[in-house]
Design a binder for this molecule. Structure first.
Ligand SMILES: [Zn+2]
Ligand SMILES: [Zn+2]
Length: 211
């Protein structure tokens, strides 16, 4: 921990983000409740659509397509929205949304977007998908939502547990590098794909492929 970053805390300690106690309360979220809700809704929706809608079996390919599009949105939001402006300065919206997480990465109640806000955003995304895809949105959106749940799960596990073996070790390392030395790279959490595509792999990983 660097001395000049006085707010930084890895113990799981929490500090308030809002003076208003109502806002303070409604912005705390249990990550496992949120993650399991999104995954259950995602699978429930595609199973329901598969049973009650007349579509060709190819419609199921929209599930992985929705998931891949989510990973792109995840990367772009982290890089261009969360890390925009004065995101490390208290009081700015980017600090509340993300800078706080860089200071208090072990605060589990502020690891995940509040469920009520996620529902509003999900409704907007579903509306946009429905405009373009019609009934096929019921196959694309579950993939998108599943990607979100998977991203939240990986992010939660990276901060709560030590790195596992195999493929996931790379994801752990990737996000840990984002938090420690390379805040302006390694923006992907659930996949490193877009960091490779857009050349934002952390230098360490570029130099040594064995890590
Ligand atoms: Zn970040
Ligand atoms: Zn993180």
């Amino acid at each position: 921990m660097k001395k000049n970053e006085s707010r930084k805390d890895y113990s799981g300690k929490q500090v308030s983000l809002f003076r208003n106690s109502f806002f303070e309360r409604i912005t705390k979220t249990n990550p496992l409740v949120a993650i399991s809700s999104y995954i259950v809704i995602s699978i429930g929706m595609i199973v329901w659509a598969g049973i009650y809608m007349e579509i060709s079996p190819g419609a199921y390919l929209l599930f992985p397509a929705g998931w891949i599009i989510f990973t792109l949105i995840e990367y772009l939001a982290h890089r261009y929205a969360y890390h925009s402006g004065e995101y490390r300065v208290e009081g700015h919206w980017q600090y509340k949304v993300h800078g706080y997480h860089h200071d208090f990465p072990k605060d589990e109640e502020r690891l995940v977007m509040p469920i009520w806000l996620a529902f509003i955003l999900s409704g907007l995304f579903f509306g946009v998908f429905y405009m373009f895809l019609g009934k096929y949105a019921f196959f694309f959106f579950p993939g998108f939502l599943f990607g979100y749940g998977y991203y939240l799960l990986i992010h939660y596990l990276v901060h709560a547990y030590k790195p596992p073996k195999g493929y996931f070790r790379f994801l752990w390392r990737h996000h840990q590098l984002h938090h420690s030395k390379f805040e302006n790279s390694a923006f992907g959490v659930s996949t490193r794909l877009w960091d490779m595509v857009f050349h934002t792999m952390p230098k360490h990983a570029r130099m040594s492929k064995s890590h």
